[in-house]
Design a protein around this ligand. Sequence first.
Ligand SMILES: [Ca+2]
Ligand SMILES: [Ca+2]
Ligand SMILES: [Ca+2]
Ligand SMILES: [Zn+2]
Length: 430
Amino acid sequence: MNSKLSLFALMLFLSIGASAQKIGQCASHEYLKYLDAKNPGIEAYVKNLPNQVKNDKKTRAQVITVPVVFHIVYNSAAENLTDDYITAQIDLLNKSYLRQNADTYSLRAEFFPYVGPAKVQFMLAQIIRKSTTVTKFNYIVDFWGNNEADFVKQTALGGSDAISPSTKLNVWICDLGDNTGSDGLLGFAYPPSGLPNWGGMQFPTGNLEGVVLDYLAVGGTAKLPKGNLQYGVKGKTAVHEIGHYLGLRHIWGDDDGACQGQQGFEDDGISDTPHQADASNFNCNKNTNSCNQGAGDLKDMVENYMDYSSETCQNSFTKGQVALMESVLNNQRLLVRIPTKIEDYDLTANVSIYPNPSDQMVHVSIMNLEFTTAEVMLINNVGQVLHKRNLSKNTASTDINVQDLPNGIYFMKLVIDNEYVYNQKVMVQK
Ligand SMILES: [Ca+2]
Ligand SMILES: [Ca+2]
Ligand SMILES: [Ca+2]
Ligand SMILES: [Zn+2]
């Protein structure tokens, strides 16, 4: 296992050996390396884990809206980005996630069957400006696992406290430094804890959830980021980092140059992204084919937002990546979105109602489904609620007495987390 130090030594070597564009796009991998150094073998645990999407019971047709709070934590006037950088960034995020970017046409045709829009859009909720005496927030993880770059998320440490991180995506914009205090880190984000494609690892949660971006990397086509010329960034760092926030890993699997199966690694855990040995290092070479998967093999997908390719060629998420992000929004980050209208879901496999028909008691239980609260209602055929019970993840079942009800057809209605509705007919027969 590479130590974090040697990885950075490598990055440093690359940046000296070539242009200033060879900078670290984000640091999620470095944090993984840090955890691995702390708990040897944790990275290898990634292998052979099922994708959580297979276990996601809830699917939806609607576009989900995620409210975003931007914290502009500035030490210099240049870092205090004007609002038009933020609106340009939101616009670029929406175009990228909804697959409405003009540059999607440059995706190679062989990838067309694999890509698609995410049903996710972003809405500016709030901009918070905070002057700080901290000249640079450096990505330095101490012995106890505290990341100094996370200070930007804490008012007491010179940053700006998160606003409702369980219901809003917080994005901090600051002068971000790497572990040597140099420029060269464009952003970082922690994925949700416990995802199979991250080996079930735990990451900082609560007030540390969200995305941090270097102020030079923020913007979009309407307002190019301040570091555009120097770094070749066009605002897609946020697309990449929010991908991590929604559970995605780097397309090459952070596995030190291995193809899937080598060293026991599983690459990114997404089946429709081609196996890839290592990061594309700000390259857009469409001839690279670092792993041969035999029949139907594809070249490395430099167009993918989760590669470290140049932003000039990044334009796509695959359907598998979209499915994972949507699954995370239906599970680990269920509350991080504007409440949508209540929808019907087929939860037949997750809701047990028996006996049916019944003459006395009807037992209702929810199984194998992550939820916080649920309301169970027994409704008659004119819509009157006859019985109402509340369930929670600790008490996921209840009994409803029907022995005093006249024979006939009733409906058991479950509203799970104020959002997922399931109806089943129940017959009372005595
Ligand atoms: Ca893959
Ligand atoms: Ca790999
Ligand atoms: Ca290949
Ligand atoms: Zn990354």
